[in-house]
Design a protein. Structure first.
Lengths: 453, 319
């Protein structure tokens, strides 16, 4: 295996596949912070040239965290589909990129090989792609899942209503939820990040949401995003729960910092399959985001794009209904500005879809990142065009508990109209019946909360 | 006729498009559109008024097509500008000295590096370490540090008042308090090195928190028992949203002093501290945020009159 390349007579040599993957990354402040990024733009291209000649089989043999040291690596390796892997194992990363972009390669063919791909392969292809490459392949890759609604169908763009409240005031949460529904948002999930991580408050919020959704016959699902152990206790209290949530990171050590491991996630999934209040079959919801492993010093010298792909390698074990990357939430020390945040959003969407996940994105920034509102609005259109399954939605995009800026209730119908997208078929029919939408355009009751009882 | 033009003409003829373009249809005549104010003040909506009793989220704001009314856009942009201005502000180098504090700074060189290198913001530079050894007495029960964190605006606003209130509240409980230290380009963990150097039993850093929409003046406090380099977040107790519309500084100081005393009594802090044994302990849980009232920031004209979202009152705010 040759890990060197020459550009204008200068030879560039790399220590390991992990090193090549890291230095091939486009600039990210988090890779600088980890000390793994390329020294300059030319070395970055040299790393990409080396990467383009590695085969997928070689990548499988060199995961960025060793098999013996990490249960995520073991989950991926032990569950890899042999036939699917065999079909693409001989391709170099450069050839794999071309195969993905080829017009003859459809969403169905990509789905057929997804189970044979390791996260490192998805990350490697990502590093050889421009933003439009990522969007082209992302838009082809279709992943369809079902709970009460059917998410990810072609021509659809869904949204999560995120009615967070700094003290979990249930009336305040319901006010934001009603407003969101009246704007045609919420077909992916009504998902609340609780201020208090207790089973009682998790159950109380879920019961209130369940009442609202049943009373108005809304075809969607609910979720309270407390820790998975808290949600398991809430289930013992006998509350409804359509989806179970957990944040994931890309290494075993980083997940320990989150208070989870594979055994706990297995238990959560098994419990939900038995107890979920949704029609199924998909019952889990995961969130990820570049930089989470480094923030707990559990990155093993790997770059944040590859580590993000490893989250998806774990997530697919649980056939989730939703996965989203909270792309700009972690702060400028990992993604400094609008260009880095936008690039990361498209990367994460591409890698997740390629690995077979129904990817959404929380297109967002914190107020200390160098990103403006116009850039954020542009990113939502890029994501919609790239076939992103769902975006977030909040009143004016402002999270009054978590203090960051995301997508607004007004943005969802705007992006749908610009791109000719519709919500899930079940939700679409409900919007029409309530007069909130009239086909692809706003209906007579659009934005009118009185439409909800 | 040139060869190219001849080719084009032949092509048009073959496509049946030899005729010139039909003239465009006449443009519609625009009558003066009605001057409208879409969804005026939120108090006009019964739903918005009812919701405002429970949440500061901007609901009931209406829409123009699928977008915001102009008034909503301006209010939103003002809130965003306040947050960005708070992040961009820098603590003047002479601020701490002028406040009568011992001035220190982290190893960070400039504001951009401060945002990108949290590791450097957690350690003192050499000159600061020397100054601390020379000017700050050692061995206090509680060592208070006032710092910029992610909002120098908040630090310069209520930072000193909160520090002095905390000092008085600690002394009232019989605790000794070291000289106030003022830190620039500081992250939370900088309290570990300062507390270790001054051999304090508890270190308390009061610093500007990451601004939210329309709020750049919030302070957070992080307390740690037996401060040492290498302490983690799990070793700390914190309180956020300290400002006039959240938890006022005087009230916050009283709770923080109770927390410091409990740390010394129990000999620990963070996840192992028994909050049930602290006065008012239930409210000191990690991450607790008091709700804050939303202010209307934009008023047209210079009057700064009353009225506003959620009936908050208060006119255009200036800094």
């Amino acid at each position: 295996m040759e890990l060197s390349a020459t550009i204008r007579g200068v030879a560039y040599r790399f220590d390991s596949v992990k090193d090549v993957l890291a230095r091939a990354n486009p600039p990210k402040s988090g890779d600088d912070l980890a000390g793994v990024s390329a020294r300059d733009a030319v070395e970055r291209v040299a790393a990409r040239a080396v990467l383009a000649d590695l085969t997928l089989a070689e990548l499988r043999e060199h995961p960025v965290v060793p098999y013996e040291a990490d249960e995520l690596t073991r989950v991926v390796e032990d569950e890899l589909d042999a036939a699917a892997f065999k079909a693409v194992a001989h391709l170099t990363v450069g050839q794999f990129r071309e195969w993905l972009l080829d017009g003859a390669t459809t969403g169905a063919t990509m789905r057929a090989v997804a189970a044979g791909l390791t996260p490192e392969m998805a990350a490697a292809a990502c590093k050889l792609m421009s933003n439009l490459d990522l969007m082209t392949v992302g838009a082809k890759a279709e992943v369809v899942v079902r709970a009460n609604g059917t998410l990810g169908l072609p021509g659809r763009l869904s949204s999560r209503v995120q009615p967070n409240h700094p003290t979990d005031d249930v009336e305040g949460i319901l006010a934001s939820t009603r407003e969101g529904l009246a704007y045609g948002c919420g077909d992916a999930v009504i998902g609340v990040n609780p201020a208090t991580d207790s089973a009682e408050s998790t159950a109380a919020i879920l019961r209130a949401l369940d009442d609202l959704l049943r009373r108005n016959e809304v075809p969607t699902q609910h979720c309270v995003l407390s820790h998975v152990t808290v949600q398991l206790r809430a289930l013992q209290l006998g509350c409804p729960m359509d989806l179970m949530f957990q944040s994931l990171a890309g290494t075993e050590a980083a997940n320990r910092a989150f208070g989870i491991d594979v055994a706990l996630l297995d238990e959560a999934w098994a419990t939900m399959k038995a107890k979920t209040s949704n029609r199924g079959p998909n019952v889990m919801y995961f969130e990820t985001g570049q930089g989470s492993a480094l923030s707990s010093q559990a990155h093993h010298g790997a770059d944040q794009v590859t580590l993000e792909a490893r989250c998806y390698g774990l997530a697919r074990r649980y056939r989730p209904f939703l996965v989203n990357t909270v792309v700009g939430f972690i702060g400028p020390e990992y993604l400094e500005d609008g260009a880095q945040i936008s690039r990361a959003a498209l990367e994460d969407h591409f890698m997740g879809k390629l690995l077979g996940l129904p990817m959404g994105c929380d297109a967002c920034f914190t107020y200390h990142a160098s990103m403006g509102q116009d850039e954020l609005e542009s990113l939502k259109v890029l994501l919609g065009a790239a076939g992103c399954c769902y975006l977030m939605s909040l009143p004016v995009g402002d999270d009054i508990m978590l203090n960051y800026q995301s997508t607004s209730f007004h943005d969802i119908p705007t992006v749908r109209r610009l791109l000719g997208k519709r919500p899930t078929p079940e939700f679409d029919a409900w919007l029409a019946a309530r007069g909130i939408a009239d086909g692809a355009t706003p209906g007579p009751r659009f934005g009118d909360v009185e439409v909800l009882r | 006729m040139s060869r190219t033009r001849a080719l084009m003409t032949a092509l048009r003829a073959r496509l049946g498009a030899a005729e010139p373009l039909a003239p465009p249809p006449p443009l519609p005549r625009v009558e003066a559109p009605p001057a409208r104010v879409y969804t005026p003040r939120r108090e006009a909506s019964r739903f918005a008024a009812e919701a405002a009793r429970h949440t500061t989220a901007l609901v009931g704001i209406g829409h123009v097509g699928t977008r915001y009314a102009t008034d909503v856009v301006l209010q939103f942009q003002a809130e965003l500008a306040v947050a960005h201005a708070a992040v961009a502000a820098e603590l003047p180098d002479d601020w701490a000295e002028a406040q009568g504090m011992v001035p220190v700074r982290s190893r960070v060189a400039d504001h951009r590096e401060f945002l990108l290198r949290p590791d450097l913001g957690r350690r003192l530079d050499d000159a600061s370490l020397a100054r601390l050894r020379q000017r700050a007495p050692r061995g206090a029960d509680v060592q208070i540090i006032v710092a910029d964190g992610l909002s120098a605006v908040a630090c310069q606003g209520a930072g000193k008042a909160l520090a002095e209130a905390l000092r008085a509240a600690c002394q009232a409980r019989g605790l000794t308090v070291g000289a106030l230290v003022g830190a620039k380009f500081a992250r939370v963990w900088l309290e570990d090195e300062i507390g270790q150097e001054l051999d304090a039993r508890v270190a308390a850093i009061l610093l500007g928190e990451r601004p939210g929409l329309g709020t750049g003046d919030g302070l957070s406090a992080y307390l740690v028992y037996a401060p040492r380099i290498g302490k983690t977040d799990g070793d700390r107790n914190m309180m956020s949203n300290i400002h006039a519309r959240g938890t006022p500084p005087a009230q916050a100081a009283a709770r923080l002093a109770a927390l410091a005393q409990a740390m010394i009594a129990q000999g620990t802090s963070g996840v192992t501290l028994d909050l049930a044994q602290v006065d008012g302990g239930a409210e000191l849980g990690v991450g607790y945020r008091a709700p804050q009232v939303r202010q209307r920031l934009v008023e047209h004209g210079g009057g700064g009159g009353a009225g506003g979202a959620g009936g908050a009152g208060g006119g255009g705010r200036r800094r």
